[in-house]
Design a protein around this ligand. Structure first.
Ligand code: CUA
Length: 272
């Protein structure tokens, strides 16, 4: 006993350590909350069981999001259905995604590459497949400076000009009907009906999602197609809902399309 240090030294050291750890944690949390003013905003929508990303210029991505090295990004997280959690393990970002709430998290990515985005809150059957890619593109310091200087307000998306989703209006004035069959999300099942839809330029097409999960009709051969969504894109059509596709801006020809959520679903639109 005689040579042991008095107990108060240990207690004092433990208290000091706890205070320090607490202060650090509080500081880190505060830093995470406050995004820099020049940060670019990306709206992140979580739903069973995929992620949709919407950039400031209205560009939408499903299952992957492109960002640029050295630019701060603010992620506005919202849920379309149940509780999810947005997690980027390589950048130790995790935040709840809750229906009826907007949660915000921000980060700057300094190393180009492809990183995993996953859901960290059990959200049902395909929770373990609720993943996306964070693609960090390389930039030069000049590009970063130019991008950060560009704070001009952005306008609405191109996609929304050619397509609009109507939620519960039963009567759509359409010249043709494209149905997404019940069970389409199961790979190998019949999906778009008819497989090849022939219309006359100028016709309006009703796209009816008769399935119970969200789908899209997006021009292109798949997510890898550089021209994906350039000709037309309904955006997400929730189960039981319909969208309208206009063909006024399309020239005669065959257009391949697919579903952004389930890229194995494909079809052809023939415009005469
Ligand atoms: Cu979304 Cu788990």
């Amino acid at each position: 006993m005689g040579h042991a240090m008095p107990e108060w030294i240990y207690i004092g050291a433990v208290i000091a350590l706890l205070v320090w750890v607490g202060a650090e944690a509080w500081d880190a949390e505060r830093l995470l909350e406050k995004a820099p003013v020049e940060a670019k905003t990306i709206k992140v929508i979580g739903q069973q069981w995929f992620w949709t990303f919407e950039h400031e210029d209205g560009t939408k991505e499903v299952g992957e999001v492109h960002v640029k090295k050295g630019i701060p990004y603010k992620f506005d997280l919202i849920s379309q259905d149940v509780n999810h959690a947005f997690n980027v393990p390589d950048f130790t970002m995790t935040l709840d995604v809750i229906p009826g709430r907007l949660n915000t998290i921000w980060s700057t990515f300094d190393v180009p590459g492809i990183y995993l985005i996953q859901c960290r809150e059990y959200c049902g059957y395909s929770h373990y497949n609720m993943k996306a890619n964070l693609i960090v593109e390389d930039t030069t310091p000049q590009e970063v400076a130019a991008l950060l200087a560009d704070n001009s307000p952005q306008t609405a998306s191109v996609a929304s000009e050619t397509a609009q989703t109507t939620s519960s209006e039963p009567a759509i004035q359409a010249d043709a009907l494209l149905t997404i069959l019940l069970g389409s999300s199961v790979q190998g099942s019949p999906d778009y009906d008819p497989d090849v839809l022939t219309v006359t330029k100028g016709n309006t097409i009703e796209v009816k999602n008769a399935d119970t999960v969200p789908h899209t009709v997006t021009s292109g051969t798949g997510p890898q197609d550089a021209n994906s969504a350039k000709q037309f894109d309904t955006g997400i059509i929730n189960g039981g809902e319909s969208a309208v596709l206009k063909t006024d801006s399309l020239t005669a020809g065959d257009y391949a399309y697919y579903c952004m959520v389930h890229p194995y679903m494909t079809g052809t639109l023939k415009v005469q």
